[in-house]
Ligand binder design. Structure first.
Ligand code: OSB
Ligand code: MG
Length: 368
């Protein structure tokens, strides 16, 4: 299969609710939607970068430049026998995992559409519905937070993740725990703590959290191992895992008991599967993280999360938790079991509404 044209669409999606984390407040979701064209079909992938280099070092501008000037030329016109060929063709580019993922995911979708197979089927998915939860940003007070949690439970979400900030973690989480003693509850620190703050995190052990996500440095593994040894609560790594090797290092030194897999953070579907398989062999459960994806990235995530070792609920909420109108059809929550149904059509199984895409587009380039 050959790709003869690649288009980059800089899309800006307005979030229904601003989202505050320990690294900043986000009012919109910017992304690069990548479309790859060949064999009479188009494949779609989402590059999940932020506006600034705060969650990861990649930004919308860096991903755009890398995709246009380096990654696209490496893939255009080349004979591809499998989507993972993109990984080998772009190996010379270091880092820039989100840019790589946007392109490779589009190629997976193209292969699926040409072959008439769903992405979930291509990846070896084993479930038709994926367990999901909701990630709640930092709120103005514990009372406001407890109310928001109640509203999401009312909507049918069965697992709640709360963003925490150093010094406010106990009051925040214990308020929720007091109101909902049985709730499947977890926290995400986005690297706001240091090893010297172990005491603050140890104090959370009695709250019976499902896990604490990424308390320490965005590039740390070893200190997480030292921290995990002091805690009863399982640690989960997000920011620190950019590759299968990072996952291996974390597993070998017992830095975590859970791994969050974001397809963008690890450089695409192929690498995500490698991390999944490695964790499975080590007895480490994984779950699918979220980056406020449009329907394009959300569909990719659902296919990925249908793999067997995604045994914990993912940050893959329904479309109406993020957007009034998406660039694909909306995804809805199955209220009865807090799941979202995995698309079954060819490729990612949803189509891009091109009028809607054009309406949200602030930049566009065609690479041939
Ligand atoms: O740390 O998981 C994170 C969003 C943007 C950047 C980082 C993170 C998140 C989320 C939101 O937690 C997950 C979602 O609902 O998409
Ligand atoms: Mg996280």
């Amino acid at each position: 299969m050959k790709i003869n044209r690649i288009e980059l669409h800089h899309v800006s999606m307005e979030l229904i609710n601003a989202f505050e984390t320990s690294f900043g407040t986000q009012k919109e979701h910017p992304c690069v939607i990548v479309s790859v064209h060949g064999e009479g079909h188009a494949g779609w992938g989402e590059c999940v970068v932020g506006l600034g280099p705060f969650y990861s070092s990649e930004t919308i501008l860096s991903a755009w430049a890398i995709l246009e000037n380096y990654l696209s030329p490496m893939v255009l016109g080349r004979e591809l026998s499998h989507p993972s060929d993109v990984v080998s063709l772009t190996r010379r580019v270091r880092g820039n995992e989100m840019a790589k993922a946007g392109l490779e995911n589009a190629v997976w979708d193209l292969f699926g559409r040409v072959e008439g197979r769903s992405l979930a089927e291509m990846l070896g998915g084993v479930r038709d519905r994926v367990s999901v939860g909701v990630s709640i940003g930092i709120q103005s007070s514990p009372e406001v937070l407890v109310e928001r949690v109640g509203a999401f439970l009312e909507e049918g979400y069965g697992r709640i993740k709360i963003k925490i900030k150093k010094g406010l973690e106990f009051d925040t989480l214990s308020a929720v725990r007091r109101k909902y003693p049985e709730l499947s509850l977890m926290a995400d620190a986005n690297s706001d703590y240091g090893l010297a703050d172990a005491g603050l995190l140890k104090a959370l052990d009695p709250l019976d959290l499902l896990m604490i996500e990424q308390p320490l440095g965005h590039d740390d593994i070893l200190d997480h191992a030292k921290l995990q040894a002091q805690l009863k609560t399982p640690l989960c790594l997000d920011e620190s895992i950019h590759s299968p090797d990072d996952a291996r290092h974390a597993i070998e030194c017992a830095a975590c008991r859970v791994i969050n897999i974001k397809v963008g953070r690890v450089g695409g579907v192929t690498q995500a599967i490698r991390v999944h398989d490695m964790a499975q062999e080590a007895g480490i459960p994984v779950w699918c993280g979220g980056m406020f994806e449009t329907g394009v990235g959300r569909a990719t995530n659902l296919a990925l999360a249908s793999l067997p070792n995604f045994t914990l609920p993912g940050d893959i909420s329904a479309t109406d938790r993020y957007y009034r109108k998406d660039i694909t059809r909306p995804f809805v929550l199955n209220r009865a079991d807090s799941t979202i149904t995995v698309p079954t059509g060819p490729g990612i199984g949803v189509d891009v509404d091109e009028d809607r895409l054009a309406a949200r587009r602030v930049g566009h380039v065609v690479v041939k």
